[in-house]
Design a protein around this ligand. Structure first.
Ligand code: AMP
Ligand code: MG
Length: 414
């Protein structure tokens, strides 16, 4: 390619943000709702806002193992008489007069008449008499009814992807089942005459089909069911038949390879023939042309064949699209600033997702180092990395000591 061609190509490239917002605007989330057991909801998409059905905590209780009393009792004397015990799940139901206290455990219900807990380490106890040997504050060490959530208060938003943290909260609120979105069905296949099944010997000119395994592994982290069509040869009839069949069975079709301008790149022509296509040359690196569009029943992504490009375009475009279609909230990636430890070469014109390793130096400052050769055919650069070094489209070379933006890999890549 000549230098002039390169400039022309760059002029025709669409910035990633523009492509991503056009794509997201065109996608309508699924509307169905299914009710599922809480234990089966991990990774699913919450289908409605969640309101607390109880006050949390549901009763005043102790935050410590110790002694509960009315604070007033500690004013005249630090010595009190113990009149009973309150355990978690077995409350003390008697009276507690001034000058008296109750032995209490963490999580146990506060007796009536008590508003303060002294931890046992601050008490000297002999038989039923205790002496408090540290000045207490009124109402200390008490978790108050409704102090975290009031009955009816919103606790989670529709579209939340359910993580272990959400499961913990929802279980604490007593939800046995949850309304979630049904999983999207995603069909996937690789195209290419050079691709060989794993476990087979390689003949001249052949390589293993790694993209399908990489993309399926990424899909498995998302709330989707996968329909695997395997490897399809560079044969227009076979590719067409696969798209048509997948369109009947799947909500989303993802292929890799064949979207470029080579003589065996049929994917683009076929989707143009049987669907509505948005074909983008994106101003990103790695990343080649990517086909995105609509068939009668499904949305499709034709990802580039180079393995790193396929993963990066999946991560930056297909993943947010799947989230939106599945009814999830799509959040922009969190970008952090880190100091580059060495010079980096970058030509202006494309947003670059170089692969890096970020960590803290001895001064506590975030530092990032590139994983080395950044060819889009080399998976080693992805495996060593824990983040993308995100170099803006118009950025040129970067020098050691410069601040750069990084995006930590999220669970789709980890
Ligand atoms: P293509 O976009 O089909 O021209 O492919 C670009 C490059 O990616 C070529 O070197 C292909 O051999 C390679 N490639 C395509 N599909 C795969 C795949 N499924 N796994 C690994 N490499 C692939
Ligand atoms: Mg190919």
């Amino acid at each position: 390619m000549s230098c002039c061609d390169d400039v022309e190509l760059i002029r025709g490239l669409m910035p990633l943000e523009q492509a991503r917002s056009r794509m997201l605007d065109s996608l309508v989330p699924i509307n169905d709702i299914v009710e599922r057991e809480l234990g089966d909801c991990l990774g699913g998409v919450l289908a409605s806002d969640i309101y607390s059905p109880i006050d949390v905590p549901p009763f005043n209780n102790s935050a410590m193992d110790g002694y509960a009393m009315a604070y007033q009792s500690l004013e005249p004397s630090q010595s009190l008489t113990m009149v009973g015990k309150s355990f978690a799940g077995i409350p003390y139901n008697g009276q507690v007069a001034l000058g008296q206290c109750v032995r209490i455990m963490t999580g146990a219900m506060m007796p009536n008449d008590c508003d303060t807990v002294v931890m046992q380490e601050h008490v000297c106890a002999q038989d039923d008499n205790i002496t408090v040997n540290k000045q207490a504050r009124s109402q200390q060490n008490v978790r108050r009814l409704g102090e975290e959530f009031k009955l009816g208060q919103q606790v989670l938003e529709q579209g939340t992807i359910i993580t272990p943290r959400h499961i913990a909260l929802l279980a604490s609120l007593g939800f046995a089942t949850l309304p979630v979105r049904p999983k999207l069905k995603v069909a996937i296949f690789s195209t290419g005459d050079e691709l060989v099944k794993l476990g087979q010997p390689l003949l001249d000119g052949q390589i293993y089909d790694s993209n399908r395994f990489a993309l399926i592994a990424m899909l498995e982290k998302l709330p989707v069911d996968i329909i695997d069509y395997g490897v399809i040869n560079d044969d227009p009839d076979k590719i067409r038949a696969t798209f048509l069949d997948a369109d009947l069975k799947a909500d989303v079709i993802i292929s890799s390879g064949g979207v470029s301008v080579g003589e065996a790149d049929f994917t683009r022509d076929i989707i143009e023939e049987i669907g509505q296509i948005n074909f983008w040359k994106l101003a990103i690196k790695p990343g080649k042309p990517i086909a995105f569009g609509q068939f009668d029943n499904s949305v499709f992504f034709g990802l580039p064949g180079n393995p790193v490009s396929a993963m990066v375009t999946f991560y930056q475009l297909a993943k947010p699209a799947l989230l939106k279609l599945g009814g999830g909230i799509v959040k922009p990636a969190l970008q952090l600033t880190a100091k580059l430890t060495h010079d980096l070469r970058k030509s202006s014109g494309r947003l670059d997702f170089q692969r890096g390793v970020v960590g803290r130096n001895e001064q506590g400052v975030l530092e990032v180092v590139s994983t080395g050769t950044q060819s889009s055919s080399m998976m080693g650069s992805m495996c060593l990395a824990n983040c993308f070094i995100v170099l803006p489209q118009e950025q040129g070379n970067v020098s050691a000591g410069d601040d750069v933006m990084i995006e930590l890999f999220d669970s789709a890549l980890n």
